[in-house]
Design a protein around this ligand. Structure first.
Ligand code: T4K
Length: 416
């Protein structure tokens, strides 16, 4: 799609032809080998074993454990329930420290379990929880810390581990973004008491819906396994309070099929990321999130920070421009969990201690990547961003004009 934007009129928001005929989404699923998937579906139907620890679930668990190099993997129906199970199996209660800069599921898993999420601010460089701030939030009621490896970039694991050990509180990682990633030589999944992956459709590696709790704790693992199956330890024996957190066979079949394409998907993500980086590094005021070469990365998120002082347009204005071009950029995780219900009503003062989170959620935007996006698409999208930013003031004036016209238009409609 070589749709170059030379003048403001070329931007679709001002009447130009959109850069893409169809919408490009953040989180468009990667579909592996369709034929292999359908063969596996046939198998499932032939075997008439649809769920409840079936052979594909077991194979998926083995493969995930192998890739991560972890002793135990318990597949779940999604990461949210995986987090709830991990939290309960570890006996968390009272208060648990968690970032607000995360998908709402991280906070909800705690609140759903009757635990108070205590929101911690982030380090603006890493976007992850700031360990120094974690320490200051520990109270006699604290029973745990839930770190989130945001965008797949590892938390400051050693520091969080040291705090958790010193205060004798549990450490869990929401690793929803971080399957296939490492912290140095060690794969994510081996840290804290347990880590939880997501294999939701929008994740680079998907099982339609799915998750997995991984741990090296031999005592915790059987508990997790029983809890995801109502606590059943035998046909007529229930040993714990449990839930239905089981992954089903079709999800596992999709998961296994996706795993066969793991390296290919990461390679596509990396190529797209590099194309975005090359094109956007020359655009002042727009910075693309860096992935350290010392870690393994899945490159599933292309994250930009927009500095309005330098670009002349705000992040939200840039999103409107991109949407008009059919580029459905997202502003994850605006406005921060603490400004969503029930937290904004329960903890109306939380934002006072979340300055960096509140700054970041105004600046971040995510661009489409994955196997439905080509480097040429990435280059075209970057071209739109460059065209808008290089004429930032003019764009802002025209957007203000459009807003005024729309307001006047709706005003005259009302009067009529
Ligand atoms: N912790 C963290 C840090 C997480 O990011 C997440 C999930 C979780 C925990 C919980 O994991 P799970 O319980 O879900 O396993 C999406 C996903 O639903 C969510 O899983 C994910 N994080 C989050 C970052 O993104 P939404 O509300 O933005 O989804 P939605 O429906 O707007 O989908 C995004 C775009 O993807 C759509 O605009 C179109 C495209 N899409 C989506 C689906 C489902 C498709 O093209 N096809 C599809 O089938 O949350």
């Amino acid at each position: 799609m070589g749709n170059t934007k030379r003048t403001l009129d070329d931007l679709a928001i001002f009447g130009g032809v959109p850069a893409f005929d169809e919408k490009l989404h953040v989180g468009r699923p990667n579909i592996g080998d369709r034929r292999r998937l359908l063969e596996r579906f046939e198998d499932i139907l032939d075997r008439r074993w649809l769920t409840n620890d079936g052979p594909y679930v077991q194979e998926f668990e083995d493969q995930v454990a192998n890739i991560v190099g972890v002793r135990h993997c318990v597949a779940t129906c999604n990461a949210t329930v995986g987090l709830e199970i991990a939290i309960r199996a570890l006996g968390l209660s009272g208060e648990v420290i968690v970032p607000s800069m995360t998908f709402i599921a991280t906070a909800h898993a705690l609140q759903w379990s009757g635990i108070t999420p205590v929101f911690c601010d982030i380090d603006p460089e890493t976007h992850n929880m700031d360990p120094a701030k974690v320490e200051s939030l520990i109270t006699p009621l604290t029973t745990g810390i839930v770190g989130v490896h945001l965008w797949g970039r590892p938390c400051e694991i050693d520091k969080l581990q040291e705090i958790s050990t010193r205060h004798n509180v549990a450490l869990v990682f929401d690793a929803a973004h971080a399957f296939g990633c490492s912290s140095g030589k060690r794969m994510i999944g081996n840290f804290g008491d347990a880590e939880v992956f997501s294999f939701h459709a929008t994740k680079f590696l998907n099982a339609f819906e799915g998750g997995a709790i991984v741990t090296n704790d031999d005592d915790l693992a059987p508990k997790l396994r029983l809890m995801k199956n109502f606590g059943f330890s035998g046909y007529d024996e229930v040993s714990y309070l449990g839930t239905n957190g089981k992954m089903n066979e079709t999800s596992a079949a999709m998961g296994i099929t996706s795993l066969e394409s793991l390296e290919d998907i990461v390679a596509v993500n990396r190529t797209n990321y590099e194309q975005y980086k090359e094109s956007l590094d020359r655009v002042p005021g727009v910075s693309i999130l860096h992935y350290a070469d010392t870690n393994r990365n899945n490159y599933q998120y292309v994250v930009l920070e927009v500095n309005e002082t330098l670009t002349g347009i705000s992040r939200d204005e840039l999103i409107s421009i991109l949407w008009a071009e059919n580029v459905m950029a997202r502003r994850y995780f605006y406005p921060g969990c603490h400004r969503m219900e029930p937290y904004r009503s329960l903890y109306p003062q939380a934002g006072l201690a979340l300055r960096e989170t509140e700054r970041l959620v105004e600046r971040v935007l995510l661009l489409p990547t994955g196997t439905t996006i080509t480097p040429s698409d990435a280059s075209t999208i970057s071209g739109v961003i460059e065209a808008a930013v290089s004429r930032g003031c003019g764009v802002q004036q025209r957007l203000a004009g459009l807003a005024t016209a729309a307001a006047e238009g709706s005003g005259s409609g009302w009067e009529a």
